[in-house]
Design a protein around this ligand. Sequence first.
Ligand SMILES: *[C@@H]1O[C@H](CO)[C@@H](O)[C@H](O)[C@H]1NC(C)=O
Length: 220
Amino acid sequence: MSIKGNARESILLLLLLLVVFNTNATSTTIAEDSISGVVNEWKRHHLRSGDDASHSDRQLKRPSKKHPASSPSQSPTASPTAAPTMSREQEWELNKAKWNCFISGGSNARPYNGYEMVFQKQSQVVDYGLPYRVTVNKDDKVFLVRQMDGTPVNDDGIIDWMRTVDEVFQVIADSWTNNADSVAVTYDAEKGHPTDCNIDQDSGAADDEIIIKILNATLR
Ligand SMILES: *[C@@H]1O[C@H](CO)[C@@H](O)[C@H](O)[C@H]1NC(C)=O
């Protein structure tokens, strides 16, 4: 992300915090509308397009800008998820927008060709809880699963156990819809994908806790 992009992001974050702070006392509805406005603004800056608006975010083309692929200096500003006043839904929205931005190449727009990541999903009832290297193709399907040492996995049980980032976003949203007793999620500050999800559907029931971890997502 360019310095300019980061500055803009910081300003948007500040705006967002101000909006939340100022409207908290009056009306939640207004706060939510304003938040969507800020999230949309964030998307507009990051997902600028010459394309038809009906295209999905990841297919949007943006003017390419040269910048170092990933300098360590860019991470400190990329942490809007830390805002304590954001609701979990707003945090989810913002991070999904970030993820869509990331997979479409950030400020170096590129055709979407999928991504690779380290994926781990644990549950007490299934024995597939190791981390795997998962490749997701441009059709957003799990396309290749390998062990951490690179050995391809052929076990369909394991392959079916894998999830794409979009599916994990959905799992989180579904857990809210289903009133899970406890849902804890953290997101990657830069890329927006969930990094750690801990979902306990029914704290009274044994064995229904799910833990999902995602790291090292890279574009293909
Ligand atoms: C994630 O990527 C870093 C940097 O490339 C690497 O050092 C680390 O081993 C990776 N972790 C996993 C679990 O693949």
